[in-house]
Design a protein around this ligand. Structure first.
Ligand SMILES: *Cc1c(COP(=O)(O)O)cnc(C)c1O
Length: 379
């Protein structure tokens, strides 16, 4: 089976982890800070807070901007459920905005009509690794006094108008799950230029314990103060050692992903059955996913059949994602359902993620291209 995504671990990664296992630090130690510094430098954001996973990072971000009961946060209908769940954790309400049919990102034209007096923020998702249109989103946020959050779990290494993702939104979230660009096993990071947000998130990941008091504790005092309710969202040194070793390979990973995407784009050029996610000028796509739409007007087979036939051919295609407003939990909680985001609901029936990962070979790329083209052409 050719999977849709796969991590890459080499001997250097293994050595880096083993070295930590032999050291005095297993959990929060020097590697956590060093990994934070490496990400903060890479994405050009002054503060980086590493946590146990990307979902925890989103939760921290929502806490930083004080989301609570009654608050609304606008999210795209097509994303991973965690983008909406982080709002619900704090009693807030995700409000689903429709997506653009060409690039499947939050449709900027549909955002403003979702704003109410309770709206506090927008979470833009750089779906598949394609940066959102941040300039108009920022304008809307400034006009209505909202925070702009970026769920960039797909987009480490992407750029918008030359600026790295991580340096644009008020808070940007990354994930280091094994299918993402670099991995720590499980892990996540929030980056920001705001010191107040950074301080708040550092407390939140450590039970709400004031870090000033932790510093005092290091200086010999037993006293610490829990000033608010937090969680144990710490990431450990073992994980961050892996992250530090992985980030050295990030530019090569990105190059490989972009090369694979170029091969797919060339192969599907002029094919009316397969429409790849359109790419805006002025962005550098990070290609976490390679998403195509199967033109339902032309193909005689449904996406379900095509998915099944590809799986039978040992191609690990996938679907990212079922619109979140159609999930059972949100239907029940918020009364959302069919008709709320018609574009998302329509494109959902057409989307397919093709395999893309750094170690994918030319042979494997050609096998996938032949398989999808043949599947669509066969009667
Ligand atoms: C992976 C992902 C997350 C969550 O990250 P975890 O590290 O798995 O918790 C959140 N949002 C999006 C868009 C993701 O792809």
């Amino acid at each position: 089976m050719i999977p849709y995504g796969k991590h890459y671990i080499d001997e250097d990664d293994i050595d880096a982890v083993v070295e930590v296992l032999k050291s005095d630090w297993l959990t929060t130690g020097p590697c956590v800070e060093a990994f934070e510094k490496a990400i903060s430098d890479y994405v050009r954001a002054p503060y980086a807070i590493a946590v146990s996973n990307g979902t925890a990072a989103l939760h921290c971000a929502m806490h930083a901007i004080d989301i609570g009961p009654g608050d609304e946060v606008i999210v795209p209908a097509i994303t991973f459920v965690a983008t909406a769940n982080c709002i619900s954790y704090l009693g807030g309400k995700p409000v689903f905005a429709d997506v653009d049919p060409e690039n499947l990102l939050i449709d900027v034209k549909k955002v403003e009509e979702k704003i109410t007096s309770r709206t506090k923020a927008i979470i833009a998702v750089d779906y598949a690794g394609h940066p959102c249109d941040y300039h108009p989103l920022r304008k809307i946020c400034t006009k209505h006094g909202l925070n702009l959050i970026s769920d960039a779990c797909h987009a480490l290494g992407a750029r918008y108008h030359g600026e790295p993702i991580g340096s644009i939104a008020d808070l940007t979230v990354f994930s280091f799950h094994p299918v993402k660009h670099i991995t720590t096993g499980e892990g996540g990071m929030v980056v920001t230029a705001r010191k107040d947000f950074a301080d708040k998130m550092k407390r939140f990941r450590n039970h709400g314990i004031n870090s000033d008091f932790r510093q005092r504790e290091r200086q010999g005092s037993w006293h610490y103060e829990m000033v608010e309710l937090g969680y144990n969202y710490r990431i450990c040194d073992i994980q961050c050692a892996l992250g530090l070793s992985q980030i050295k390979k990030l530019s090569n990973f990105l190059k490989r992903r972009r090369n694979i995407a170029i091969h797919y784009l060339e192969a599907f050029y002029g094919n009316d059955f397969i429409i790849p996610q359109s790419v805006a000028p002025n962005v550098e796509h990070a290609y976490h996913l390679f998403v195509v739409r199967l033109n339902s007007k032309r193909t005689k087979k449904s996406r379900r059949e095509i998915f099944q036939l590809m799986r039978e051919k040992q191609i690990g295609v996938n679907v990212h994602y079922m619109p979140v407003h159609l999930q059972a939990y949100y239907r029940k909680l918020l009364g959302t359902g069919h008709g709320d985001c018609p574009v998302a609901e329509h494109v959902y029936k057409e989307i397919l993620s093709l395999p893309i990962y750094p170690t994918m070979t030319m042979d494997q790329i050609n096998i996938v291209i032949d398989a999808i083209c043949n599947t669509l052409n066969e009667p």
